[in-house]
Structures are given as C-alpha cells and as structure tokens.
Design a protein around this ligand. Sequence first.
Ligand SMILES: [Zn+2]
Length: 258
Amino acid sequence: MENQKTVLHGLVLRETDTKETDKILTVLTAELGKIPVIARGARRKNSRIAAVSQLLTYGELTVFHRGNWYILDDGETRELFQGVRQDLELLSLAAYFAELTEALTTENRESGQLLPLLLNALYALGTLHKDPQLVKAAFELRLLALCGFEPLCRGCAVCGAQEPREPMLDVVRGMVHCRSCKEPGGLSMPLPGDTLTALRHILECPPKRLYSFTLPQPQLRSLGNAAEAFVATHLERSFRTLDYYRSIRLPDEPGYGK
Ligand SMILES: [Zn+2]
C-alpha cells in the first residue's frame, strides 16, 4: 500500500551504488520474496541505514512502497555473519550463494524455504565452520531442488534397480542411473562410494539437518563436481562471484572438471 510503513525481514542479496550516497538493494524477504529497495543516503557516514544496507546482512527493514520500488525508511541489523565477512574465501562463496539465489527467484513472489536455506548456509560457513566444499554442494543441490529441478535419486531411472551399480547423476535429465545404463545425450557425473547416500540426504533431510553429513575428500569432490555441473546445466550462465571464488581457492583443491 502506498505511503504506508511495512516491516519486513530480509537478507541483502545485492547492493549497487547509485547517485550521490544512495544504494539500490535486492533483498530476499520472508514476507514478499525478492524485492528491489532504494536505500537513500546509505553510503553517508552516520547513516542509520548503513549497516542494514550491506550485502549479506539480515535485518528488520521498515519500508514504504512506491510504484515498483520499496524505499528503506529505517532498519535494524539482526545478523551480520561476521565469521563469513572476516574470511575472503567464505565471503566470496557466500556472495556466490546470494547471486545464485537471486538468479533463481522472481521479484515479488513468495520464496518459501529459500530465505531460511540461505541463512542456514551462512551460519554453517561462518559460525559452525563446516567444510565450504560440503556447504557449497549441499546448498546448490537443495536450492535447485526447491526451485523445481529436483533430480530423481531413489533408484536407477533406466533399469529400476533400487541401488544403482556404480551410480552416476545425469545432470541434463536430472536422474540417477547405473554406469552401464548410461544413455547417449546426457551428461553423467560419477557418484562414487557414499556420494549417492549424501545426495539423497541433501534432497530429503529436514532443513536443519542439511549440512549434517560427512564424506571423505575424494567423494566430496565428486559431489561438488556433480552439483556444479547440475547448476551449470540448468542455469546456462556463469556467475561472476563463482569465478572469483574459484580464483582464490588454494591450488591443491582442483576445481570442477579435474
Ligand atoms: Zn540401471
């Protein structure tokens, strides 16, 4: 409603500097999904909305609705995710999570479980200190599943075997199959050892349990490669933040495709 104050709870997915000391924010809110917010004077020293207008800040936002925009009137920071902010690798990964979420959401459409998913991912990285590779793969797969791209992983989608032999995930068709059941035309990523069990956990567990699993390093890498290939296939675009994250990773951790 025009000129009426509304209080929203949301996380800043993107901040863009604009004229003078203003910012334009993209905020994922619990109440309205993703919305564009104008933060007037947010870059001014002593601005009372400066803290709440930063990328990856979760806060309580008091806004006015004007046409297609929301004007930030006041805000209170609820969570800054300092543990993420103080580590360049974690910060770049979290920025990628935000960019990926922004790409998968539509403005002014209810986003359901996406905000808690993202908040829990930032908490897992910065406070619980979970392995970033594990959080990244689990977040990507769960996010895509929530956005309508859930892969079929109960059994082999070709022969019907409950436990596929040498299982693989066909990221194009979104299904698990045995290595010997591979059909031409897809792109199949191996899921060795317990990787398929981990994939099932990621897709089926209660939200709070998402990062409560472990995998040996080589299998975690396989899961990560499958998750990245799944994202790349369905979004058909690159992510500036993901490229940056890859560029600052340690050289002993091979990226996708190795
Ligand atoms: Zn099969």
